[in-house]
Ligand binder design. Structure first.
Ligand code: AMP
Ligand code: ZN
Length: 459
């Protein structure tokens, strides 16, 4: 069996992956902050995570996939300043935070369905885990890893000797404010909020009592508390977009160490950005495109999935409408060949081996797609075998190939095609040509193949 290798951000190496426990992989993925629609950049990350999960399943593992919904505490700056994105979003829409959270969670789940992303086994909302988060801080406080300022309870990053490892940060060389905004009361620039107090002058919609004062949890704490609550103090994989490496995941890792004294996550996986002309696609960058915009332009959402598969997840993907159109065309071609193939039978072993090799080499989907097209072009393979193998591949690709149906050809057309073949075999070309014309007049045409013929529907 081909070994599975994944690039671990923590060690900066491709490492062989094996689950901590038996055959079940514990996988945590940072979910959306539900104050607006997800954009195509966010969705690239969820497609990458889906490919990862499908590749694990393809390798015979079971996957316990947990995804959170951030519905409180993510401030407009990833470091702990600015306004809560949820409260800001609610004001923009003149609704309550709870209403917008519900609305955008639903929209997000619809996006996942449209992109054929397998739903996580467990969903968890930050606001449902306030007690776990407070208990978490209590442990960190007991261990002397926290301190209090006028606006919250902070984690003292200097206490974690390995703080810089995940992001490869150079702590001494980094000026305060280069990565995080300056807060005069913080002991070190990298310290981060575990609990923020509600402002004195404004009533927040979301706030809870705590031993330190009324307020709300820090964004990083949510993911630590929920991942450990759902997957335990040691789990296999934590993933998200590349922007999470230097702050969000670095801080999660520090908290986890504070709680458990160990490395909680074995593999950290991150995908690169989707970018547009103006730079990274982002909600706050004001350059974002939603999946619905693509659907309104008559694209199949799976064309976007196909586009993502064409670039390795650790490389930047440049989005353009032309690129999406090209992906849509390739997908249509794929659907067309699938529709022509015979009923699936025993597959093509060599291609299956090549495909597995590609996906097990750190999810090399561009290579895997090349295997798909090589197989389609290989006329020495019977069409039924090609179909069988492509359906197998689709359990990783997720392009819904199984839904492609062979068009129903009327029996009189099949009879005519057979009659034409017999005439051709007897070298009665003129008569054979007449039959061909009859077939075409009925809206079909014939492709001659080594095995005989294929009847296609005229477009
Ligand atoms: P958010 O809803 O902002 O918390 O982001 C949800 C996910 O999308 C996170 O894993 C981010 O790292 C990821 N993300 C944000 N912007 C991009 C982008 N332009 N390309 C790829 N992933 C992104
Ligand atoms: Zn997270």
């Amino acid at each position: 069996m081909e070994k599975l290798f994944l690039y671990n951000t923590l060690t900066r190496k491709k490492e062989q992956f094996k689950p901590l426990k038996d055959k079940t992989v514990s996988l945590y993925a940072c979910g959306p902050t539900v104050y607006n629609y997800a954009h195509l950049g966010n969705l690239r990350t969820y497609i990458f995570e889906d490919i990862l999960k499908r590749a694990l399943l393809y390798n015979g593992y079971l996957v316990k996939h947990v995804m959170n919904i951030t519905d409180v505490g993510h401030l407009t700056s990833d470091a702990d300043s600015g306004e809560d994105k949820m409260e800001k979003g609610a004001r923009r829409e003149k609704k309550s935070v709870w209403e917008i959270a519900e609305f955008y969670t639903k929209e997000f789940k619809n996006n996942l369905k449209d992109l054929n992303i397998l739903a996580p086994k467990v969903w968890c909302k930050a606001t449902d885990y306030i007690k776990e988060q407070i208990d978490f801080i209590k442990v960190l406080e007991k261990k002397g890893l926290t301190y209090q300022t006028s606006d919250g309870v902070y984690f003292n990053a200097k206490k974690f000797p390995d703080y810089a490892q995940l992001a490869g940060l150079n702590l001494s060389g980094q000026k305060a404010g280069a990565r995080v905004e300056v807060n005069a009361e913080k002991k070190n620039p990298f310290d981060f909020a575990l609990w923020k107090f509600s402002p004195q002058d404004k009533k927040r919609q979301m706030e809870w009592p705590s031993p330190w004062g009324k307020g709300f949890p820090g964004w990083h704490l949510e993911c630590s508390a929920m991942s450990i609550a759902k997957l335990g103090k040691e789990f296999d994989i934590h993933c998200g977009g590349i922007d999470h490496v230097s702050i969000h995941h670095t801080n999660e890792r520090a908290q986890n160490w504070g709680l458990t004294g160990k490395e909680t996550v074995k593999f950290w996986l991150h995908d690169e950005f989707l970018i547009v002309d103006s730079g990274r696609m982002g909600k706050s960058e004001g350059n974002f495109i939603t999946l619905q915009t693509a659907i309104d332009k008559r694209f199949n959402p799976l064309a976007y999935r196909y586009l993502c598969l064409q670039t390795h997840y650790r490389q930047k993907l440049i989005f353009s409408w032309d690129a999406l159109q090209a992906a849509q065309n390739a997908l249509n071609n794929l659907y067309e060949v699938m529709a022509e193939y015979d009923q699936p039978k025993i597959g093509c072993a060599q291609y299956e081996a090549d495909f597995l090799k590609a996906i097990n080499d750190d999810l090399n989907l561009p290579k895997a797609l090349a295997v798909v097209w090589d197989l389609i072009k290989d006329d020495t393979m019977p069409s039924a075998a090609r179909k069988q193998t492509l359906l197998k591949f689709d359990s990783v690709l997720g392009l819904n190939l199984v839904k492609v149906k062979k068009p129903k050809i009327p029996s009189e057309i099949i009879k005519l095609a057979q009659e034409r073949l017999n005439l051709r075999n007897r070298r009665e070309w003129r008569k054979a040509d007449e039959v061909r014309k009859k077939i075409e007049a009925s809206g079909y045409f014939i492709d001659d193949t080594k095995e005989g013929f294929i009847i296609k529907v005229k477009k």
